[in-house]
Design a protein around this ligand. Sequence first.
Ligand SMILES: O=C(O)C(=O)C[C@H](O)C(=O)CO
Ligand SMILES: [Zn+2]
Length: 278
Amino acid sequence: MSMTTRYGAGPNQIDAMDTTALRDTFMVEGLFTPGEIAFTYTHLDRMIVGGAVPLQSPLTFGDGSEVGTPFFFDAREMGIANLGQPGWIEIDGERHALANRDVLYVGRGAKEITLGSDEADAPARFYMNSVPAGADIPHRLIPKSEAKVITMGDAARSNVRSLAMYVHPKVAPSCLLLMGITDPAPGSLWNTMPPHLHERRMEAYCYFDLAAEDRVMHFMGRPDNTRHLVVANGDVVLSPAWSIHMGAGTGPYAFVWGMTGENQAYEDVDPVAIESLR
Ligand SMILES: O=C(O)C(=O)C[C@H](O)C(=O)CO
Ligand SMILES: [Zn+2]
């Protein structure tokens, strides 16, 4: 298991950043390495993002030395989305089967997590969002069929998309984690339109199901001072509360969004008018 750190930055700091500095600060690349678990500890509301691709041997974690508690989950909760082929996750020996796009919520107090793939040559790809938690909420498997799906957007503006809420008060409760998956409709390439800010929550986007030759252009920054990040399959964008977010792909893609902060009010967002962007 590896753990890297991202300290984040304030809105004025992006003026001095070149492309490499911007990417090093606001992106996490390389989370999905076959046979490994990789975590990045962000100082954006202390969300940890992670990836794991188990092959022949299952992968285990749960030690808390990197987070300063005896066990990883002593003061944390987590959502784990399977973005790959069928696999399974054991929480303290209790096994849950996860098909593609199923999500497992792991509540505070778990001791040991083991991640496995049904077939080593068609592995699961587990994506993880973990945030501090102050309550014990039961572990729960949320199959794709139980997610609450909302369709939004406008075909004339190429932004029709369906947004599936998994870890959400109306679907599966958590302490302060929100997690879901958004799929642009065929021919629709824009996500998160209109762009928005949510001053009370950070957000992490993990782009997936993107062809190797395609990229998503993810826009960030203050509305009057935007930048872009060129994102490949499996890359994560860290979106601070002060930053807008919206993106367009050069081909089909999907993304997992995860949020935490002061509240779980999905509607607590401030849309930003396109004509105000600079
Ligand atoms: O396409 C969208 O719109 C989204 O998926 C929006 C994200 O869920 C989001 O930014 C929530 O704040
Ligand atoms: Zn958002």
